[in-house]
Design a protein around this ligand. Structure first.
Ligand code: AMP
Ligand code: MG
Length: 335
């Protein structure tokens, strides 16, 4: 027999926020909205609470957590800030930028997978910030989904995946950005490097830092594995087999079987079919495409499709890179 759904969804009323902040302060888990995706939060300074995150997600212990803070002062209590970190924090916080910095002793080893560095971010979502403020603690929070599956962008997604393992879900609407934060390695401020593409681009970071930022390269991942143990080849993946092409065309639609779905980035003109789907209705609407990416992958995964044919986003902007990174990992073969 399947375990019962224990999770309840709470609206962000002052009373509910107070209740959920209390749960966090007492070492409990709360799934909560951020502007990127929903996170599964716990007190970042409580090792036992953080262990429960790994258990609920089935996340391997070598995949460190991002710690969320409500102020630069609080960031300084868990990480050693350098001038470069202060600069980008001033420019992009609150927002979808995570910094890797040397950690302070207060942070338990479970949070950083034993690494001497910690990942820190100030999120922009008001309800999440309110939880940090009211609980009085930095909150560790990876995406609120079973490890390896498509990230959640609504409270219902969280309940679908973790409803039998957690009790509290805060509803903050449909995550605005839809893809995870940009991760910038600033352990050595003289050698900034991008570890994960997100809504904030490398070029924007370079402008603020006044120096080059080493590009993120999906293919050379093994060389960086020791820095960011979580950068797995296969991630964000639907159960339905998925393949990627540079660009889907009329030919792909004509050749696909009726039980095979096609996922375009932009709504295709003049192509219709029960199996034709898209991420964005607007021309060049990459904001919308990123916003809907995980929701569409879940929607297709819950349909009866035997295969998903998807295409890469074109362009070299931050969101195109972020979307393509998630698509490539979603479609990566199981090892
Ligand atoms: P997630 O929580 O799934 O959004 O991903 C967080 C990612 O941040 C991890 O998978 C790591 O790649 C990266 N990360 C977190 N903490 C550290 C750290 N201390 N050093 C390097 N990378 C980190
Ligand atoms: Mg994740």
């Amino acid at each position: 027999m399947k375990p019962a759904v224990t999770a309840r969804i709470y609206r962000p009323t002052p009373r509910n926020l107070a209740l959920l902040a209390r749960v966090l302060a007492q070492g409990g888990l709360v799934a909560a909205p951020t502007e990127t995706v929903y996170g599964l939060a716990a007190d970042a300074l409580n090792a036992k609470a953080c262990r429960a995150i790994f258990r609920a997600k089935g996340r391997p212990a070598d995949d460190p957590l991002i710690v969320h803070v409500d102020s630069v002062t609080q960031a300084g209590e868990i990480a050693e800030l350098n001038d470069a970190a202060r600069k980008v924090a001033r420019a992009f916080w609150p927002g979808p930028l995570t910094l890797i910095l040397p950690k302070r002793p207060a942070v338990p080893a479970i949070v950083t997978s034993g690494l001497p560095s910690v990942a820190v971010r100030m999120p922009a979502h008001r309800a999440f910030r309110e939880l940090i403020r009211r609980s009085g603690r930095p909150l560790a929070a990876p995406s609120a989904n079973p490890f390896g599956y498509v990230s959640p962008t609504t409270a219902d997604h969280v309940r679908d995946g973790l409803g039998q393992r957690i009790q509290y879900i805060l509803d903050g609407g449909f995550a605005k950005i839809g893809v995870e934060s940009t991760i910038l390695d600033l352990r050595d401020p003289n050698k900034p490097a991008l570890l994960r593409p997100g809504a904030i681009s490398r070029e924007e970071l370079e402008r603020v830092l006044g120096r080059k930022v080493a590009a993120y390269r999906h293919k050379v991942r093994p060389a960086t594995a020791a820095v960011a143990p979580g950068m797995l080849e296969r991630h964000y993946s639907p159960r339905t087999p998925m393949t990627l092409t540079r660009k889907l065309t009329r030919n792909h639609v004509q050749q696909a079987g009726t039980n095979e779905a096609l996922l375009f980035v932009q709504r295709p003109t003049g192509l219709v079919g029960k199996n034709v789907f898209w991420l964005s209705d607007e021309p060049d609407g990459l904001n919308q495409a990123a916003h809907r990416l995980f929701r569409q992958l879940r929607f297709l995964d819950n349909g009866k499709w035997s295969h998903i044919h998807a295409e890469f986003a074109s362009g070299s902007g931050a969101l195109a890179r972020a979307i393509n990174d998630r698509l490539a990992r979603a479609a990566a073969k199981r090892k």
